[in-house]
Design a protein around this ligand. Structure first.
Ligand SMILES: Nc1ncnc2c1ncn2[C@@H]1O[C@H](COP(=O)(O)OP(=O)(O)OP(=O)(O)O)[C@@H](O)[C@H]1O
Ligand SMILES: [Mg+2]
Length: 360
């Protein structure tokens, strides 16, 4: 009996392209652990750049098809889909950034104006990515109205201090940090610009984040001084901009886009929130106007990451401490949010690949 050779498997997989990175899987170093047993049963691992890869099944099938076609002797073909998240953080800031050593990507979630669902998107993005197996952290940078403790049902949590670093609170496998954990919720504090940004910077430099694939940053709304200082000083991989269709008509979203462009932070894309309400008979009511987000993104040359409908479960999830992507997995809102999270992960992988960053 003829034996299948490893080189034949590699040659076959060289015909499979990574759809976003536009190179073949072998050249990209994504194939590991090729095994061929005495009965020509073949197995190998495909190491994706994110566990949230939206094309996981498509890539797996392409691998199986390629091996079947190019290596007819191969009997059963087993493909293990694994992942190593690529890193998009520049760590040249030196010693004071040390607690961030293990953080591969920092993503800012921003909006031109308040109340568009930024925190909702940040929280459910974190939960969606964590559900794929990624290691995720979340920072609530809203000093005036921290909402993350409530959205995780953690209003009474207090972070510990170990070796002068704050230890993030953990819920649903996500590491959390919020000013809401540190001060009494009814204490009124007037944060002046510099004080506010230095408080938030401490969430980066004095919190023991450990190893994280994605650290998500729920920025305060707007494009003022605090936001500008933050996006300039934090080594961001990129930004996700949240809007409502109504908000699109205003200049605020463009201002947010310009702010990130000015400081050379890549814009990963745009999420349109509250895009329609689905009536019981299935028709969609575009309360705030239709599909402006996609058009806006196109005009700005940025990726459209998805549209999240209005849903009762979204608000309920925010109030109950059980995010809607967990509590109402089958809902249209959760499906849309999960897809948007995959798109975010995909854009991060593309951005890192464009910057020549290899899986680390
Ligand atoms: N798709 C949606 N469907 C229904 N309700 C939503 C949706 N998105 C957000 N909400 C609700 O709208 C309100 C505002 O959302 P959220 O707090 O996430 O906005 P924000 O942009 O973070 O606001 P802020 O600017 O105050 O930080 C919340 O009560 C939230 O539950
Ligand atoms: Mg918010």
């Amino acid at each position: 009996m003829h034996h299948v050779q490893e080189a034949q498997i590699l040659a076959a997989l060289q015909t499979v392209m990574e759809p976003d990175l536009k190179k073949d899987l072998v050249t990209l170093g994504m194939i590991e652990d090729i095994r061929i047993d005495e009965r020509n049963r073949v197995s190998f691992s495909v190491v994706l750049t994110t566990p949230a890869c939206p094309m996981k099944n498509q890539i797996r099938q392409a691998c199986i098809d390629a091996v079947r076609t190019c290596v007819p002797l191969a009997d059963e073909i087993e493909v293990n889909m694994t992942s190593k998240v690529t890193s998009g953080c520049s760590h040249h800031q030196g010693e004071e950034e040390r607690p961030l050593k293990g953080v591969k990507n920092i993503i800012a979630v921003a909006s031109g104006k308040g109340g568009v669902g930024k925190s909702t998107v940040a929280v459910n993005l974190a939960v969606s990515l964590a559900a794929t197996g990624a290691k995720v952290g979340l920072i609530d940078a809203d000093l005036y109205g921290p909402s993350i403790p409530t959205m995780f049902g953690m209003n009474d949590a207090k972070p510990e201090v170990v070796d002068k670093n704050l230890v993030p609170v953990e819920k649903y496998g996500i590491k959390l940090m919020s000013i809401g954990f540190l001060i009494e919720t009814d204490t009124a504090i007037i944060w002046r610009g510099p004080m506010a940004s230095s408080a938030i910077k401490q969430f980066i430099s004095e919190v023991a984040w450990g190893e994280l694939d994605y650290l998500i940053f729920d920025l305060p709304p707007g494009t003022g001084d605090i936001q500008l200082t933050l996006v300039q000083t934090i080594p961001l991989t990129g930004a996700v901009i949240v809007t409502t269709p109504q908000d699109l008509a205003l200049a605020d979203v463009s201002k947010a886009v310009s702010m990130f462009r000015k400081v050379h932070v890549p814009i990963l894309g745009l999420v349109e929130n509250m895009c329609y309400y689905e009536l019981p008979d299935g028709t969609k009511d575009y309360i705030f106007g239709k599909a402006g987000g996609e058009r806006f993104a196109k005009a700005q040359g940025i990726a459209f990451l998805g549209a999240i409908p209005i849903g009762r479960e979204v608000r309920e999830g925010g109030d109950s401490g059980i995010p809607f992507v967990m509590a109402e997995k089958a809902s249209a809102t959760a499906t849309a949010m999960t897809r948007a999270a995959q798109e975010v992960a995909r854009q991060i992988s593309i951005t890192n690949a464009c910057n020549g960053r290899e899986p680390s």
